[in-house]
Design a protein around this ligand. Structure first.
Ligand code: C5P
Length: 197
């Protein structure tokens, strides 16, 4: 079965948690596409060469989750040649046999517009910054500034800007528990699978 769940949305909205939960529930593979951009940003040097030469071990660096790596990722992510170098891998992952969940910024709009399920997971900047701060600590107002800066760059870029696909189900998790958000996402996927018979 070829079945793609595309999850897009801004930083710290809950895409990863929902993506992992859906993959576990339905036995699908899961790709956190933000890691690709984080790995390119962390490699340093020429970002286009870094993207073209990306290998699986680059995704295993233990510094990829930091705020600095997120900023570096969103800076290299505006470069069209960097994005182009990462398209084929993501498309193959999305459409390989067995079902796949991909989370990112442009999965339902650019990487896999034919995805069977599209979710746009969002939350207010304040809620997302608070969640990120609980993970990374430090000065909460700096974390909020970082979230806002990355939102502006991701939504404002010319190539593959962050936006909800016209046919995406929008899930605002600002006032939802993790359990409620996951349950809602599972219900959307189940409905689509049932509709296919
Ligand atoms: O999702 P995550 O916070 O790890 O993504 C880091 C950055 O990578 C994002 O802020 C965005 O600029 C970029 N990205 C992207 N397209 C994706 C996934 C991530 O441009 N599909």
């Amino acid at each position: 079965m070829i079945f793609t769940v595309a999850i897009d949305g801004p930083a710290a909205a809950g895409k990863g948690t929902i993506g992992r939960a859906l993959a576990a529930r339905f036995g699908f593979r899961h790709l956190d596409t933000g890691l690709l951009y984080r790995a390119v940003g962390a490699k340093g040097g020429d970002p286009v060469a870094a993207a073209e030469g990306l290998v699986p071990s680059d995704l295993e660096r233990d510094d990829l989750r930091s705020l600095a790596a997120g900023q570096a990722a969103s800076k290299v992510a505006v470069i069209p040649e960097v994005r182009a170098a990462l398209v084929d891998f993501q498309r193959r992952f999305a459409r390989a046999e067995g079902g796949a969940v991909l989370d990112g910024r442009d999965i339902g709009t650019v990487i896999c517009p034919e995805a069977e399920v599209k979710l746009y997971v969002t939350a207010s900047a304040e809620v997302r910054a608070h969640r990120r701060w609980l993970e990374v600590g430090g000065d909460q107002s700096l974390v909020l500034a970082e979230v806002r800066e990355r939102d502006a760059r991701d939504m404002g870029r010319a190539d593959a800007p962050l936006r909800a696909a016209a046919d995406a189900v929008v899930l605002d998790t600002s006032e939802m528990t993790v359990e409620a958000a996951v349950a809602r996402a599972i219900a959307v996927v189940e409905q689509t699978l049932e509709g296919r018979g």
